[in-house]
Design a protein around this ligand. Structure first.
Ligand code: PLP
Length: 430
């Protein structure tokens, strides 16, 4: 981004939001309207032909959602963004224009459990396959890319925490093969990591987590860097070839850096229909206004709790990448220099049963399947979010049976430590 452009803290409040032209309302109104009146028949025809940009129907575009899209594109440094009804919907929206039957995604083996299931089970029914690879093994990553690969997919800070992907090294490989790199930036948020600056083509988010920040909304987003040349090969015909549903329009030729964004709205949302609603967009805009403040505090609190756990004799390993003992500590300085977010795991020397007892004895921590909330959250992934995975997949994903995952919130960290201490005493017998 140019040096004269506004800082992150300014953009998180102002990007995409301007006083409402009808009323002067300073906050972004919730445009609770399904449809928008056309000026006349010519205007309607121009909108439907994508010759003019405007509002038609809220499955495609809505003014509240548009404000959020503009803000997300600004925060990630992208050309455009498209919101979706959930993080998982955003992943489908991101991959849909790239993929087709017989084609594959090369994905990191360190991913949110739900993503592993979506990719390995449900995508198969579209005829898409996924090759899961250890992204620290760059030779294995390169070897996995074949002539049918259409995307490389990873998380910047990978759920369940403690692992930071070397996005610079991964994008050098995807670039060499002319394949887009799709990065799930949910755990980092654009405040801690900006994947486009490390070579990402598309950035996907579950806005359900840190972006909204208080556990009130389910939403997702795809941000397009606008930098990928979809016409450089014949691998991406949805974007480079004539689209029959729009009288032979070629998206890349017509819309340039906004071609993915236009395609995702005009074809993706139109036909797949995983649209974000205006209320959810409004709540998410509210959340994003304080993103930088919250992420700074999430990181400070997580480091305090992780350090305390690391020094406790009942605890085995603590995976927080912000700890100097982490193998990913040095990578943090390059990929997410402001901090390692607040998601990490720790293991209990007393094993599986003690983990279950710990969860049943916490008071301040909530036992829920979510992360990135103002409230601190705890979960035993092996018996919940990663339950569908085999034990070897669980271990590869960092959630072995003796491992508990924490999402550290914004409370006083002394209270969080006291709560863990009393629950550990009950779980471990001393
Ligand atoms: C939660 C999550 C998702 C899925 O998002 P939903 O909003 O729950 O659909 C994807 N990736 C990561 C890293 C997540 O934490």
């Amino acid at each position: 981004m140019a040096e004269s452009s506004p800082g992150f803290e300014t953009l998180q409040i102002h990007a995409g939001a301007r006083p409402d032209p009808a009323t002067g309302a300073r906050q972004v109104p919730i445009y609770q309207s399904t449809a928008y009146v056309f000026r006349d028949a010519d205007h309607a025809a121009a909108l439907f032909n994508l010759q003019e940009v405007g509002y038609i129907y809220s499955r495609l575009t809505n003014p509240t959602v548009s404000a959020l899209q503009e803000r997300m594109a600004a925060l990630e440094g992208g050309a455009g963004a498209i919101c979706a009804s959930s993080g998982h919907a955003a992943q489908i929206l991101a991959l849909f224009p790239l993929m087709g039957p017989g084609l594959n995604v090369v994905a990191s083996n360190r991913l949110y459990g739900g993503t592993v299931t979506q990719f390995s089970q449900t995508f198969r029914r579209f005829g898409w396959s996924t090759k899961f690879v250890d992204f620290d093994d760059l030779d294995a990553l390169e070897a996995a890319i074949d002539e049918n690969t259409r995307a490389v997919f990873c998380e910047s800070i990978a759920n369940p925490g403690g692992y930071i992907t070397d996005l610079d090294a991964v994008s050098a490989i995807s670039d060499r093969h002319g394949i887009p790199l799709v990065v799930d930036n949910t755990t980092a948020s654009p405040y801690l990591c900006r994947p486009i600056e490390h070579g990402a083509t598309l950035v996907v988010h579950s806005m359900t987590k840190y972006l909204t920040g208080n556990g009130t909304v389910t939403g997702g987003c795809v941000v397009d860097s606008g930098k990928f040349d979809w016409s450089a090969s014949d691998k991406f015909p949805s974007l480079s070839q004539p689209e029959p549903a729009y009288h032979g329009l070629k998206f890349h030729e017509t819309f340039g850096p906004l071609s993915f964004t236009f395609h995702a709205i005009a074809v993706g949302l139109r036909d797949l229909g995983m649209t974000l609603n205006a209320q959810a967009a409004h709540y998410t805009l509210m959340g994003i206004e304080t993103l930088s403040l919250r992420m700074d505090r999430h990181c400070i609190n997580a480091l305090k709790v992780a350090k305390w756990l690391e020094a406790d004799p009942r605890v085995g390993t603590v995976t927080y990448a912000g700890l100097e003992s982490s193998p990913y500590y040095n990578r943090m300085a390059r990929i997410c220099p402001k901090g390692a977010s607040s998601l990490f795991t720790f293991s209990l020397k007393a094993g599986y049963d003690a983990c279950v007892k710990l969860i049943d004895n916490v008071g301040l921590f909530s036992h829920v399947a979510n992360l990135g909330d103002a409230r601190s959250l705890i979960i035993h992934s092996a018996s919940t979010t990663h339950r569908q995975l085999s034990e070897s997949q669980q271990i590869a994903a960092g959630v072995a049976p003796d491992v508990v995952r924490l999402s550290i919130g914004l409370e006083d960290p002394a209270d969080l430590i006291a709560d863990l201490d009393q629950a550990l005493t009950k779980a471990c017998g001393s």
